[in-house]
Design a protein around this ligand. Structure first.
Ligand SMILES: Nc1nc2c(c(=O)[nH]1)N[C@H]1C(S)=C(S)[C@@H](COP(=O)(O)OP(=O)(O)OC[C@H]3O[C@@H](n4cnc5c(N)ncnc54)[C@H](O)[C@@H]3O)O[C@H]1N2
Ligand code: MOO
Length: 432
């Protein structure tokens, strides 16, 4: 974060106990956060996942000239309409060659896919449709339209057309567009510096021996993977116990050289939960307690100019809070355009007899076609516990039940947000 830049407004306007609505949390994050990353120039090769800092336009037309879309024979359509259907071959143009020409009327040139159209030719007959006659002339079938099998200069990009816009996260096809329009480099945001910390006396690292009262640290590998994208660098701060001094020191040290710290655990008000007190002591808190389930005790604040997100300890709350809020925070700080994920309205394949109104709930779910009707339904993981990592694995997305809903009957329309819409892509295997 640049020195002297005030990213967050320094007031703690949320009273403890007063829970903020989901939409208001998103507005708060959008209003209080701005990009903190500088810019750098990188090669187009390998730039996937980086965030565009400066919009790019096409300097010239693409294709750069009219060219053949197929291997075959190029000729003037007007002469072909009037003249004989066999055309002597007047030359040959391969892809990459300079166009010769002009092609004399009533003649054709041998041409290959991607080769520039010679002057005097506007139409290409595909070689499979043509016959090479004994005298070497080409018999062209009747019925070809003017301009057939010809690609026009600029039909993909005209000079000045936008190629990528600022705030856009570069996808492989965007790299193709940059390269196709002649760009070898692109100006992108520098990587956002994120630190990840687990808290709790009961936590032991993945792979360590654990007693019956201990819990393996599931959150840290998940958060490191979620936060570790091309547009970020991620520091693993490991784990601290329920010790206010150790937590204070770890957070203060990390704040010196990170833009964002994400913690999990210790977010509520138990005697061993220290996040709230330590954050209040070291910095400012802007939010604690959201009217959602899971993830209610998430906190958002700052230590100096470093943003702090204190996620609850339950792994389900961690994933949900990351996808709903941390992703938006990272986007705002890293200079990305932040847009709400697309949600699909689908019939519920489950029932919920009673839901508390005034609270937004995000259930773990997936979609499945009804075997009889073929209609896609939303299914929910049968158990709701916030500690169930297996439910996260079974899910393909979140079922979003708004505040006013008090029950769900089978067939009721519900909003389903696929994980892929929140940046969690399924892998290569068919079943995610
Ligand atoms: N009296 C109240 N108790 C609880 C409340 C409440 O409002 N009043 N809220 C509940 C809700 S909702 C949640 S969520 C949790 C949040 O608690 P904390 O953020 O303080 O988290 P912990 O107590 O440290 O841990 C909760 C749970 O998660 C396990 N955990 C923690 N870290 C990890 C990790 N890195 N990997 C795997 N599992 C982890 C931890 O062992 C606990 O089981 O509080 C409820 N209680
Ligand atoms: O809301 Mo707590 O976040 O998991 O149940």
């Amino acid at each position: 974060m640049s020195a002297g830049r005030q990213t967050l407004i320094d007031d703690c306007f949320v009273n403890d106990g007063q829970r903020m609505r989901h939409d208001d949390v998103l507005s708060l994050l959008a209003n209080r956060l701005e990009p903190v990353t500088g810019t750098t120039t990188v090669s187009v090769v390998g730039a996937q996942g980086r965030i565009v800092a400066v919009p790019v336009t096409a300097p010239g037309p693409v294709p750069r000239s009219d060219n053949a879309a197929v291997d075959g024979y190029a000729f003037a359509h007007a002469a072909y309409l009037k003249g004989p259907d066999h055309l002597p071959v007047a030359g040959r143009i391969a892809a990459g060659a300079t166009a010769t020409g002009p092609v004399p009327p009533g003649r054709c040139v041998r041409i290959f896919t991607g080769a520039p159209m010679p002057a005097g030719a506007d139409t290409v007959a595909m070689q499979e449709d043509c016959t090479v006659l004994q005298d070497g002339a080409i018999a062209v079938p009747a019925g070809l339209k003017a301009g057939a099998n010809r690609r026009r200069a600029g039909e993909d990009f005209m000079p000045g057309d936008p190629v990528v816009r600022d705030g856009q996260t570069l996808r492989p096809q965007d790299l193709a567009a940059l390269a196709a329009t002649g760009h070898g480099t692109v100006s992108v945001r520098k990587r956002l510096r994120i630190a990840i910390l687990s808290t709790g006396d009961e936590i032991v690292p993945a792979g360590a021996e654990a007693g019956a009262a201990q819990v393996h640290d599931a959150n840290r590998p998940m958060l490191l993977a979620l936060a570790g994208q091309a547009a970020t660098t991620v520091t693993d701060l490991g784990h601290v116990g329920d010790d206010a001094d150790a937590l204070r020191e770890t957070l203060a040290t990390a704040a010196a050289d990170h833009d964002l710290i994400i913690t999990s655990g210790g977010a509520s008000l138990g005697d061993e939960d220290h996040m709230l007190a330590v954050l209040d002591e070291l910095g400012k808190r802007h939010l604690w307690q959201i009217a959602i389930k899971p993830g209610r005790p998430m906190m958002f604040g700052q230590i100096g100019d470093t943003v702090v997100l204190g996620l609850p300890g339950n792994p389900v709350a961690v994933l949900v809070c990351f996808l709903l809020y941390a992703r938006a925070v990272i986007g705002h700080l890293a200079g990305a355009s932040v847009t709400p994920p697309a949600a699909y309205t689908l019939p519920a394949a489950f029932a919920i007899d009673r839901k508390k109104t005034g609270r937004r709930e995000f259930l773990r779910g997936w979609t499945e076609a009804d075997p009889e009707t073929g209609v896609l339904n939303a299914h929910k993981f049968p158990r709701d516990g916030s500690g169930l990592v297996s439910g996260l694995q079974a899910a393909y997305g979140l079922i979003d039940l708004p505040e006013h809903v008090d029950a769900v009957a089978p067939g009721d329309p519900v909003r389903f947000i696929p994980f892929a819409e929140m940046g969690l892509m399924p892998g290569w295997s068919g079943d995610g």
